[in-house]
Design a protein around this ligand. Sequence first.
Ligand code: SF4
Length: 354
Amino acid sequence: MIANKVKTYLEGSGSEIPKERMDVALGLMEHSLRRNLGDNSAERGGRKVRMPRPSGTWACGREMVFKSLALNGEPYGWRSRLTFTHGDITEAMGVMLYRQALDSTGESKILLSPADNGEQLELDVEFDPSVWGVEGEKFRLKGHMDMTLDVHGHGESVVDWKALSVYSFNDVQAAAGDSDHPWWAKEAGGYVAQVRWYMMMLRLSGRGDGKWGAIVAVNKNTGHLAEAVIPYDHDAEVALIRKAVYTARMIAEASERRAIVLQDSGDGDEATDIVLAEWVREFVPRAKFTKNMVVQRGTVMRPDGTKGKCFELDTSRAADPEAFRCSYCDFTELCYDGFSVVALAKPVYRTNGI
Ligand code: SF4
């Protein structure tokens, strides 16, 4: 649907990119470079405690609470800032390419957002859990969508662009034609969750029927494209609503906790962060996929540069297909107190000794 049209367009000779369209793509890239790689202090939003976004880490409630508290003093860690930049550039390129492809087939009208001037659809929607038969307080989610389309005349459906490693890309490609592929379970709290939230938001705001959404993946190494259509799934929506109700409650408690802690120290103060991190560790369990540490035998590099035995987090696929999430999490060092990152070929978390 999307990937094939883009491929067909690129296989031909292409067509002139209108200046306004090029300016929009460059503007998006510039915005991302400034926001992610420049001064992002405005993103801290006064370190307010807030509900996660649909693009949050729904696979791990603990990470969402750490993030909502803006612990570490930064909303995003340094690796996230680089990763988000890659993602934004892929999105800007993808939307522009798809517009070019639609022009060539005379279907430009199906692309509803972003508008020609680059303005993306942003929604702020109230969720009533009772609609899904779930007990709990109402909550709000806010998010903006990479792209929305009206392909079948049923209103807007969401499309999310992703720049992926070979491994993740292969999973999307395989899962696209196999509803039993483990990717669907693995991403139920990740990419698929994000699209499902958007599908619900479009439905609740009356803009679309929320019956499908899609992920278009770009292989960062080979340039291949793949597309997975996310179908409506009532049970999957209920699972997300339950998680959001729990997360909203923890975040409300975190907010109260922060107010108490702030009486003793300043906002952004390291002591405040340590107290709050202890509180999160006590009340929000680690995600099921997390594994206990393994003891390294022999001589390995420790975080302080010495060599010897130490504990290491097992974030391998062998440990659990989802265990990798901890190595990409900005809060690993808070979550596993005493562990620090060791810069090898990939992020490895070790202690200084045992
Ligand atoms: S380190 Fe792992 S378990 Fe801890 S918050 Fe991050 S993703 Fe969750």
